[in-house]
Design a protein around this ligand. Sequence first.
Ligand code: IMP
Length: 420
Amino acid sequence: MGIHVIVGGQWGDEGKGKIVDYFSESADIVARYQGGANAGHTVFIGENQFVLHQVPSGILRQNTRCLLGTGMVIDPIEMSREIRELEEKGIQCTSQIGVAYNAHLVMPIHRILDGISEDASDEQFIGTTRRGIGPTYADRHARIGIPAHMLLDRTEFEQAVQLHLTHANKMITEIYGQPPYQYEEFAEQLEEAQEKISPLVTDVSDEILQALHGQQTIIAEGAQGVMLDLDYGSYPYVTSSHPGTAGVSVGLGIPPDAITRSTGIFKAYCTRVGEGPFPTEIADQDHAVRLREAGGEYGATTGRPRRCGWFDGVLAKYSADLNGFTDICITKADVLSEFDEIPVAENYETNDPFLNVQKLDKVNPAYTYYPGWKTDLTGITDPNDFPETFQRYLMVIERISGAPVSMVSVGPERNQIVKR
Ligand code: IMP
């Protein structure tokens, strides 16, 4: 059966949570393969809104196994809080969740370091989520991190945290000139988290390989988006992991040919949070504010207003080519209904002979203007009922990206999905 990957095709916040929830209905396993609590995956069910940061979006379906893979960085304190909040909403979920023994742990000091380094950087302020993501991946690569299996033995865990704190304090005092932190400041929270999360530690790769042999249905849930990829995004304004299809293999410990479908999720327009180039960002504040308000474009994790822009066809093609999208899902199409015409960047104007995604600040988008559909899409269930203008917009996206649009999300609710 293979693994079906859900990837954010743009700058994150494409609405992956809802799409993963949709596919989870028939899934045995949903697994996150990268990122951590920087993600905020929103699912609306009736009156209830769920924002999931680390727990995979399959958790809202009973009996779906939800795995946090090796490629993630897992914050045990935040994770305990997230599980508690789900339990308070009546979702008893601990038996569904597994945490990879070799995923790395985000410590409170990582979060502190993320904030300190952002505050100290004038020229290269990234606008991170301050969830400790970059510092934790950095420690993993420097081979001084704390893998999740350390949680299994309280004494070993405490020793590992103390040793790690000594390293971190050196940086905090010597580079940033700030006073050191003591283990005791975090001890209580860490002990509680150790107790709550240690029973969840498992071998995620093995679980998924067994499930593949058993012909089970497996969804790999991406976080962030392709343009935030550490290597293939707009470096240095990126996250520290690999949100694309290629990240799944190493992030879950599965052979690449186990991936049989990769669905790219694209908003009908573009948004970005944090710093960094954004070629199609709308300069006209009236239009930008209209789009932000119509789309409720505020970060699910940090509450920051998202920067808004038009659909970037150049980057959509880049993203589709890089990730081998078998199909595409367009989200938030309903948000554009009020606009008379919809610009799409089909090319860039640039004099740079070696243009690449790390030079996006040097391009001007060349727009083609398509007529708006001026129709409420939110109640449509049959793709044949889409207005012709909207059908044409979808065909433009298909022509540019080279992948078929297999589904369209026309509202936040679970059932507001139109299959094509
Ligand atoms: P970090 O992942 O917190 O280190 O942040 C690095 C960059 O990625 C910043 O520009 C963040 O705003 C952005 N980012 C991280 N997670 C998300 C996400 O889930 N959605 C959108 N942007 C994100």
